[in-house]
Design a protein. Structure first.
Length: 219
């Protein structure tokens, strides 16, 4: 049996409680026709009332610090859906109304090109222990998601690796190992999210060679 060796690596350290809210305050219209008193003549049939477009929509996230200590310069990555037409190019996060530099990886768009779903990443400047803040969203045209280079991801300051080792049951079989850092060094990765805040990559070889597949042919 051969085992596919695929590793998903995300460089971020989340530790917050998130409450998401999407509230649409809808105005209601009630149509009451006046009485019709003409004898032997039925009252006219009125079309059903049409519901006006929702107004006062609030697309927000409440972030609470439950760690017990104050935090600062905290990287925060999350996924977010948007209504059709709300975000034309890419979403930008605002904290209590102040815009932040936002890494936005748009994954789906509506037929009109507006954003349907995106993975966002920002750096929260500060949040006291037990405190909370509100994130809202607006459109931006200058998206901050230029990817880290291979050399930047291999910088020793990250100091990461993940390895998988298989040991055969037959006598004399040598263990087989694959590791994430080797895949990255060989350039065998693709981007899922990109940018300076939180870059997520998928490591593996999807070509016909499949050089990281391991096994002993005993499956």
């Amino acid at each position: 049996m051969m085992r596919r060796s695929v590793v998903v690596l995300c460089m971020i350290l989340p530790m917050l409680w998130v409450q998401s809210e999407w509230v649409a305050a809808k105005a209601q219209t009630e149509i009451v026709p006046s009485a019709h008193w003409r004898r032997k003549e039925p009252a006219p049939t009125l079309p059903p009332p049409t519901e006006p477009a929702p107004t006062g929509q609030v697309n927000s996230i409440t972030v609470s610090n439950v760690s017990g200590v104050a935090i600062s310069n905290y990287p925060f990555q999350f996924g977010r859906p948007f209504v059709d037409g709300a975000i034309a190019a890419a979403p930008q996060v605002l904290i209590d109304g102040t815009a932040l530099k936002t890494q936005a990886d748009v994954k789906n768009r509506y037929a009109d090109g507006s954003v349907e779903f995106a993975v966002l990443a920002v750096v929260i400047p500060s949040l006291p222990a037990g405190g909370a803040l509100t994130l809202t969203f607006q459109n931006q045209t200058a998206n901050s998601n230029a990817p880290l280079t291979q050399a930047q991801m291999l910088d020793p300051s990250y100091n990461f690796d993940a390895a998988m080792t298989l040991t055969g049951t037959a006598s004399g079989t040598a263990p087989q190992t694959v590791d994430a850092r080797t895949m990255l060094q060989n350039g065998d990765y693709s981007l899922f999210t990109s940018g300076p805040v939180a870059q997520t990559i998928i490591l593996g070889d999807d070509t016909a060679t499949r050089k990281y597949d391991i096994g002993f042919g005993d499956g």
